[in-house]
Write a protein that binds this ligand. Structure first.
Ligand code: IPD
Ligand code: CA
Ligand code: CA
Ligand code: CA
Length: 269
């Protein structure tokens, strides 16, 4: 585990918000579900969890800025530090009673992600990482998978909401990946997709049209577990370019480069 004051603040906030999610899971008729856009849902569970996280983190670190999925940006007086918060990653799963969703909190310092917590309250899996201190699942130190062969690899991807993103492009990429790997999965939580790369369950994960709150915590988890993170074209880390449309690709050292090459080739075809 990581025993730092920062990690204590983050874990306490996340566990507190998770209690509400656990209570609300399965209560969809009482959750005032609405649509932010086609196929893009939000509920009282998302909003309540975000309120808990915002209050706890603002109290513990008053000057830090926040980027919140449901409430937008809150500028801080401390311009170096920003929280990237997804109160419920996997809302669609949550609302369908599928027990695969998480809370994700990442901390950016001067443009670099320095700490992340991802918590899956149903499986009680707490993923934490801090720069230079490693990545952990509950109390176990994490290491990305050691798989070397594409044919053995399990690859996760994300797909855009209804009517958004470049679906024909994604279908080409998925087809190319399916033809050479051991399996392709669309699990429905970007944060857990990255956490699963960090702990070696997924060998690679990619997604286009993704937001900072989906991936901030996962980026540091994968890096601290010895993995590689770039954008989906193999370029600079997704959060490095604030204005560009974000994409992400993460994997172990052996397979990351090979899968980026496969995505490139699929797009060139
Ligand atoms: C979504 C999930 C999904 C990913 C989408 C995200 P949300 O987040 O992470 O797996 O494919 O791009 O927006 O809306 O459930 O927090
Ligand atoms: Ca959402
Ligand atoms: Ca999300
Ligand atoms: Ca969310």
């Amino acid at each position: 585990m990581i025993n730092s004051p920062l990690m204590t603040v983050m874990v306490d906030a996340v566990r507190k918000a998770a209690r509400g999610l656990k209570r609300d899971f399965g209560e969809v008729e009482n959750l005032q579900v609405s649509r932010k856009g086609p196929g893009n849902f939000v509920s009282a569970a998302d909003r309540k969890a975000e309120d808990v996280l915002r209050e706890a983190l603002m109290k513990a670190r008053p000057g830090y800025g926040l980027v919140l999925e449901e409430n937008g940006v809150i500028e801080g007086t401390d311009k170096s530090h920003t929280w990237h918060i997804d109160p419920l990653d996997g809302t669609t799963n949550f609302l369908h009673g599928i027990p695969h969703f998480a809370i994700s909190v990442g901390l950016e310092r001067d443009g670099m992600i320095v700490a992340g917590v991802i918590y899956d309250p149903i499986k009680d899996e707490l993923f934490v990482a801090e720069r230079g201190k490693g990545a952990y699942l509950n109390n176990r130190r994490l290491r990305v998978s050691g798989r070397q062969e594409l044919a053995d690899a399990l690859v996760a991807y994300g797909s855009p909401y209804l009517g958004r993103g470049d679906q024909p492009r994604l279908l080409k990429e998925v087809a190319a990946v399916m033809q050479v790997t051991g399996g392709a999965r669309r699990f429905g939580s970007a944060a857990l997709d990255l956490a699963y790369v960090a702990c070696g369950r997924n060998d690679f994960y990619w997604e286009r049209d993704i937001q900072s709150w989906d991936i901030a915590a996962g980026i540091i988890l994968v890096r601290e577990a010895g993995g590689f993170v770039t954008n989906a074209d193999g370029g600079a880390e997704p959060l490095a370019a604030k204005t560009a449309a974000k994409s992400v690709a993460a994997g172990n050292e052996a397979l990351h480069g090979e899968l980026i090459a496969i995505l490139r080739k699929a797009n060139a075809a």
